[in-house]
Design a protein around this ligand. Structure first.
Ligand SMILES: NC(=O)C1=CN([C@@H]2O[C@H](COP(=O)(O)OP(=O)(O)OC[C@H]3O[C@@H](n4cnc5c(N)ncnc54)[C@H](O)[C@@H]3O)[C@@H](O)[C@H]2O)C=CC1
Ligand SMILES: O=C(O)[C@@H]1CCC=N1
Length: 264
């Protein structure tokens, strides 16, 4: 049986999750409710059979699994709003809010409620997210149901809650880092002669190929780099020039800066 799902706060991430679910083969769109304060932008999904509402409490009452996708500073008010609906039929709560601990959520909703934190990224939209998950109070069946949701929009990985902020940086912020890298590579490609479209096509497929290779043949990236770097060749010259300008150091420092922004 498919569980009914409510996504409360359908902005960038909530909508990406919804789009991924809708594209999942066999997903029953009538089991999905999306909420937002102003619902106009969600009307195309209404035509597909998804329930759209600005009533968080009613959406929570009707759902088995409630995904909270509001900004962290809106989470407390939303939890207070849906609290009257929670507990009776033991809905499962899944928060994707950055930096909000399970204990803060259970402090409002109650100590016996199944509560998960999940950290997907916007590639959920095309079923290619990675989602790190942790949770409390859940039966095996409930945990399986939550994992099924996030496996349908990509790959889910169960982790301890104390790694959730690191997961946010690597997986959720990470997609932005990779996109910035791609933009820079496209800019380089234009400077050496390609039009923007051709440069993008080449970069997109190159990044996809590199990622697929690491997924299908999991070796250390440097071992694959060794296969590209001809001695005295052009690749090593380019890579060394990038390192002279702090490429790897910039990436590591950026990862740490994002982490400190969440944790300090
Ligand atoms: N954008 C991303 O790539 C990622 C975001 N996150 C987390 O996901 C959450 C959502 O982030 P975004 O989608 O970027 O934010 P967003 O601002 O695009 O979406 C939040 C949505 O919630 C709605 N909202 C606010 N108060 C509401 C209320 N009381 N009732 C119903 N809807 C309400 C807003 O109108 C907005 O559409 C945040 O907690 C963020 O930390 C986590 C991983 C990745
Ligand atoms: O930048 C942010 O705060 C959110 C969390 C991870 C991705 N976007």
């Amino acid at each position: 049986m498919q569980h009914s799902i409510a996504i409360i706060g359908c902005g960038n991430l909530g909508l990406s999750i919804a789009n991924g679910l809708i594209k999942t083969p066999g997903f029953d769109v009538s089991s999905l409710t999306l909420t937002k304060r102003k619902t106009e932008s969600l009307s195309p999904l209404k035509k597909l059979g998804v329930a759209i509402s600005s009533d968080n409490l009613a959406a929570a009452e009707s759902a088995d699994i409630i995904i909270l996708a509001v900004k962290p500073f809106n989470l407390t008010e939303v939890l207070e709003e849906i609290k009257p609906a929670i507990g009776g039929k033991k809905q499962t709560i899944v928060s994707v809010a950055t930096g909000v601990k399970i204990q803060q959520i259970s402090g409002i909703l109650g100590d016996d409620i199944p509560i998960f934190r999940a950290m997907p990224n916007i590639a959920a939209d095309i079923n290619e997210s990675v989602t790190c998950i942790c949770g409390i109070n859940a039966s095996e069946a409930t945990e399986a149901a939550v994992k099924e949701i996030f496996n349908s929009i990509g790959l889910s990985i169960t982790i301890n809650e104390d790694l959730m902020e690191a997961a946010t940086v690597l997986g959720a912020c990470g997609i932005a880092y990779v996109l910035r890298f791609m933009r820079a590579m496209i800019q380089g490609g234009i400077q050496i002669g390609f039009d923007a479209k051709t440069a993008s096509d080449i970069v997109n497929q190159t990044v996809k190929g590199a990622a697929e290779m690491m997924i299908q043949q999991p070796i250390h990236p440097e071992a694959a780099i060794d296969k590209v770097t001809t001695p005295k060749g052009c690749t090593i010259v380019g890579l060394n020039e990038m390192e002279h300008h702090g490429f790897s150091a910039a990436m590591v420092k950026g990862v740490i800066a994002s982490f400190e922004k969440i944790t300090l």
